[in-house]
Design a protein around this ligand. Structure first.
Ligand code: FES
Ligand code: FES
Length: 166
């Protein structure tokens, strides 16, 4: 498996070990959170990069680590490069988008996947708000910071309309 561009394993794990426990307990990658533990909040979501060049997020709390065998994933620890934050990370900070921060890694991963998708398949400005809302659908924030996350993504898109919008 590749995590944030680095090869891990092969390692032997129990069949019932979740990917969340593997990341947090075995690898010390604690940026991936454990919230509901039932596939309902997506605070535990990581990015899976598929061989066809597309990416999507997946919960880790209810998914066995073994099912990630051979996959390439990104976690919140993999976004910044040499300490340089991504545009989306900076926008999260500028908008004070997070409060307790428990849901933030999931929103960041989802927002990043959305930006990468829009860079390949731009949308009309009129469709942007729904596109962002649809992308974040399923991510729960108990501090109710939804609008700030939404605004943070929107600002990144509007700062570079030639890249993300038709
Ligand atoms: S902790 Fe995985 S979906 Fe809530
Ligand atoms: S910032 Fe606290 S759960 Fe979202």
């Amino acid at each position: 498996m590749r995590i944030n561009g680095r090869a891990y394993g092969p390692v032997k794990v129990r069949d019932e070990l979740t990917m969340n426990d593997f990341l947090r307990e075995r690898l010390g990658l604690t940026g991936t959170k454990f919230g509901c533990g039932a596939g309902q909040c997506l605070s535990c979501a990581v990015i899976i990069d598929d061989p066809d060049g597309t990416s999507h997020t997946s919960p880790t709390c209810i998914v066995p680590a073994t099912s990630f065998n051979g996959k390439s994933i990104r976690t919140v620890e993999g976004h910044a490069t040499n300490g340089e934050l991504t545009a989306l990370q900076r926008s999260f900070i500028d908008h004070f988008a997070f409060q307790c921060g428990y849901c933030t890694a999931g929103f960041l991963n989802e927002g990043q996947v959305l930006l990468e998708r829009l860079a390949k398949t731009p949308v009309a400005r009129d469709d942007l708000e729904k596109t962002i809302a649809d992308a974040f659908d399923g991510h729960l924030c108990r501090c109710t910071g939804y609008f700030k996350y939404h605004e943070a993504v929107r600002d990144v898109v509007l700062a570079d309309p030639g890249r993300y919008l038709t």
